[in-house]
Write a protein that binds this ligand. Structure first.
Ligand SMILES: [Fe+2]
Length: 557
């Protein structure tokens, strides 16, 4: 059987088909080059996104050919096609390849792009299997701040041959300018961001993505494995919710939040190998069926439906600028606990939005793989901080303002130490989610990032029923809140395990990534850490393995 097929693909979502042949012909002399690597993403059984970007020499459209093959020598092509890229999509190239129908799901392919005589790097990817599957291995990561260090985590994952899929849970870029967070060593590492100021315009966001996609470790990882990504807040602006963010001024000096959000989303869709929603509505919640083993639901806890975060500072005597910290910088004596709790527990408060909640319930009804995995941004399990004076050896001059209260009061009141930007700020929504999971009898593993530390929890509802487990990955590079706090972190980790029911693991000290290995009997979380992100000479080790067995009621072991 001749498997060669030529697919004339008009591109997906970027409107490539609107150019006439004459205009394209004119562009034949304007070759670019492939400086931003290649990537693949959002694999289905017979369909996959291929991505690259061309650096143009003029601002005319450029014709690009793409090829897929079983081998990196491209002697036998599985399929090929042509498309056009142009200025209006920043010369990004995104093709949603529909494979020939004879192709078998779960196959590994090589791909490349051609522009004139130039070839891109060769990427490797695979489609999802459609039938019985014994095991799968996911690499999970979050929070990759360019200025904070080298992407050693990406390099590690690029070098692993045993990974089936890479999940990035958000904070793929940070909107921040220089001098705000985690960039003390950026100059020495030659990792100052472009632009150096805070992102707002489309040009700004594009420039930041271009810099990330220029990184050799990023290129190595993305060319080696298919990616499934979701955004968190920093792809737009810190602590974003559906209509605003803490880091977007409401006085008009930064324009409207809506405009900034549109810029951020457009750049994200241009530069990430994500399948775009048909209506350009910015919905990124979506599902992947991985054989009969895993139903993977990727959620948007950030933009599509999140109500505004409750802020501790709004319940004390005077208002202060809300900070993304876990500990209140105000006297608990002045705290209006009654009103705070009433607002926090308001039954209609949502982190997913009602439409997404209904969508997820429908997905639960329609799917029946052995395991259900939620890929989402922020911590799902309840978490409180226990910080006592004896743990604090010496506070650093800055950054530990929030610990002043802890030192004065010996112990912070637990109710004040929640992360209100996570599910802890949306308890009614969490209860609804737990109820739906229990009703549909799902074997659940929830994945989360955002915290910049490694953690694992048994998820338990109010009646004590085990709902599933949560595996939280640390950051690729972004510093932890605790990095600059002079505190005995090993002691704090131990105290936290005692202080939080359900918490099974906490490691505050290193950057790294998570591997989730799933088979028909168990889901294992493996936390791989690295000792240094400020140098490329790093060490890596497996810090912890925790297992959720399919029929055990006791949770993680
Ligand atoms: Fe982050």
């Amino acid at each position: 059987m001749d498997r060669r097929k030529f697919i004339k693909n008009a591109g997906y979502g970027l409107g490539f088909a609107t150019f006439t042949p004459q205009i394209i012909a004119t562009a034949k002399n304007s070759r670019g080059s492939f400086r931003h690597g290649v990537a693949s993403g959002d694999p289905w059984q017979n369909q996959i996104i291929l991505w690259t970007r061309v650096t143009p020499k003029t601002d005319l459209p450029i014709k690009i050919n793409w090829q897929m093959s079983y081998n990196p020598n491209f002697k036998q092509l599985v399929c090929q096609g042509e498309t056009v890229t142009y200025k209006e999509c920043d010369y990004c190239v995104k093709v949603d390849v529909i494979l020939p129908k004879e192709e078998i799901p779960g196959t590994t392919y090589y791909y490349r792009f051609l522009a004139g005589n130039e070839s891109s790097a060769i990427g490797r990817t695979h489609t999802l299997p459609d039938q019985h599957l014994d095991k799968i291995k996911l690499a999970v990561m979050s929070c990759s701040k360019y200025t904070a260090g080298f992407f050693n985590v990406y390099r590690e994952i690029a070098n692993r041959d045993d990974i089936d899929l890479v999940l990035h849970l958000g904070d793929y870029i940070y909107e921040l300018g220089m001098g705000v967070f985690g960039d003390e060593d950026a100059e020495a590492m030659n990792r100052v961001v472009k632009p150096s100021y805070e992102l707002n315009s489309l040009k700004d966001y594009r420039q930041r993505y271009a810099q990330h996609k220029n990184d050799p470790d990023s290129q190595a990882m993305l060319s080696r494995h298919p990616l499934i990504s979701i955004w968190d807040d920093h792809e737009i602006s810190n602590d974003a919710w559906r209509l605003g963010s803490v880091n977007h001024s409401t006085d008009g000096s930064e324009g409207t939040f809506d405009n900034r959000k549109k810029n951020a989303i457009k750049a994200y869709f241009e530069w990430m190998p994500i399948r775009e929603p048909g209506t350009h509505n910015g919905f990124i919640h979506r599902s992947f069926q991985i054989g009969d083993l895993v139903d993977l639901h990727m959620l948007d806890t950030r933009l599509v439906g999140r109500d505004q975060q409750v802020s501790y500072s709004n319940y004390t005597g005077s208002k202060t600028k809300q900070k993304p910290v876990h500990i209140l910088n105000k006297s608990p004596n002045q705290f209006d606990s009654k009103q705070f709790n009433q607002d926090l527990r308001e039954p209609n408060r949502s982190i997913l939005g009602m439409n997404q909640e209904m969508w997820l319930e429908t997905r639960f009804k329609k799917t029946n793989a052995t395991w259900t995995i939620l890929g989402q941004q922020v911590m799902l399990a309840p978490q409180k901080w226990s910080v006592t004076k004896d743990l604090i050896e010496r506070k650093s001059s800055e950054s530990s303002q929030e610990l002043d209260m802890a030192m004065q009061k010996e112990t912070i009141r637990p109710e004040l130490t929640k992360n209100l930007d996570a599910w802890d700020g949306y308890p009614a929504a969490r209860s609804r989610l737990y109820k739906t999971i229990a009703e549909h009898k799902k074997k659940l593993v929830a994945l989360s990032g955002d915290t910049h530390f490694s953690t694992a929890h048994n998820l338990v509802d109010k009646s004590g029923q085990l709902i599933g487990a949560e595996f939280g990955t640390t950051s690729v590079t972004s510093p932890s809140f605790w990095d600059n706090v002079k505190i005995n972190k090993i002691e704090l980790e131990k105290k936290q395990l005692d202080f939080n029911d359900g918490m099974q693991f906490l490691h505050l000290r290193n950057r790294g990534y998570l591997v989730v290995e799933i088979d028909r009997e168990k889901a294992a979380g493996k936390w791989h850490l690295i000792d240094d992100v400020k140098t490329k000479n790093y060490k890596t080790w497996l810090e912890k393995t925790l297992i959720l067995e399919i029929n055990k009621k006791g949770g993680l072991i």
